[in-house]
Design a protein around this ligand. Structure first.
Ligand code: BV8
Ligand code: ZN
Length: 274
């Protein structure tokens, strides 16, 4: 890369650090790109999850209705593959920042549980030095728009549980059943065509509206209503800063769009100089 470009990158990073560092209220919105360096396949990338399957085929209530075994097989494979992945430096930098800065909120589209794991580890570190409180932990807990691969819920009653077990999708008869009413269980994620949990969406929109800066990391910004959150920040007078390896529909909306991998950029962007 030539000197001028490097100069430009360094200046953009400084500008972005100033914007993010001086924001009294910050919203971080993440997509699958933040987990790419942990080995979790993105949806639309070269080894994207949707390459072998199309979202319309599997991540919909119709697909589950038509073939619950096939859908559970796909989620079981993802749960197994993602369950072996570790948070990367981007997850860790975000967890530390949201734990230390009570006015920073994290909203994620991801269902891979890596933000939650990074926060758990950051809290354990802080607790050993007596620095974090229950309040700071709850504020730092990610707002999860689309649920989790590691939760399962009943298709009939209100039963819902954390669940990291492998799924036996050999036959419909071996699929997980509700311990309360024996109905089929389903992955506790939001499928295409399903409404998001209104309370979760409401808290994400409030955070976007209140934010002075919305830092958008690793999302193709194609799925709604998640992709509209940065626009709420902009409409209420805030600015958008983007970190992505490629341009997205949000790039032209962003005050600054840093081209790079989140595992490299986020630690530099979010770490406060001593
Ligand atoms: C709904 C869980 C009401 C399941 C997921 C307009 C308004 C409202 C709705 C719609 C609308 N238009 C269409 C709709 C319907 C639909 C939708 O948005 N469709 C899209 C395809 C157009 N939305 C819905 O159905 C939503 N419900 O709106 O309810 C309603 C109901 C019916 C009809 C109308 C309205 C529910 C959507 C939730 C779907 N569930 N996940 C599961 O995971 O199996 S979505 C899933 O895909 C993810 O959660 C995520 O949201 C999305 C994937 O996007 P990304 O995370 O951005 O990942 P992607 O691979 O695309 O991009 C990765 C990015 O990272 C890239 O930009 C890449 O360059 C970058 N990158 C890669 N590596 C790195 C990197 N960046 C930095 N560093 C790196 N190392
Ligand atoms: Zn039940």
């Amino acid at each position: 890369m030539n000197d001028a470009l490097q100069m430009d990158d360094a200046r953009r990073m400084d500008d972005a650090r100033h914007l993010v560092g001086s924001a009294s209220r910050l919203l971080i919105l993440t997509g699958a790109g933040v987990s790419a360096e942990s080995g979790v396949p993105t949806f639309r990338g070269p080894d994207g999850l949707w390459k072998t399957r199309r979202p319309e085929e599997l991540a919909t209530p119709q697909a589950f209705q038509a073939d619950p075994r096939l859908v559970w097989e796909w989620y079981g494979l993802r749960r197994e593959r993602v369950g072996a992945c570790r948070p990367n430096a981007a997850h860790e930098a975000i967890a530390r920042l949201t734990l230390e800065n009570g006015d920073a909120r994290l909203v994620t589209q991801n269902v891979d549980g890596l933000h939650e794991l990074a926060l758990e580890e950051a809290v354990a570190e802080e607790r050993s030095s007596g620095r974090s409180s229950d309040e700071s932990v709850s504020r730092a807990t990610p707002i999860r728009l689309h649920g989790s691969l590691f939760w399962t819920r009943c298709t009939v009653c209100d039963h819902r549980t954390a669940d990291r077990h492998p799924v036996d999708a050999d036959s419909e008869a071996s699929l997980p059943r509700c311990p309360k009413c024996q109905a089929l269980l389903r992955p506790d994620v939001v499928w295409f065509g399903e409404e998001l949990d209104p309370e979760i969406l409401e808290s994400a929109m409030e955070a976007a509206d209140a934010a002075e800066v919305c830092l958008v990391v690793g999302t193709s910004a194609l799925v709604h209503p998640a992709a509209s959150l940065p626009l709420l920040t902009k409409e209420s007078g805030g600015v958008v800063v983007e970190v992505n390896t490629e341009p997205t529909p949000l790039t032209e909306v962003a005050q600054l769009s840093l081209r790079g991998r989140s595992g490299q950029v986020l630690p530099r962007l979010l770490t406060v100089e001593p």
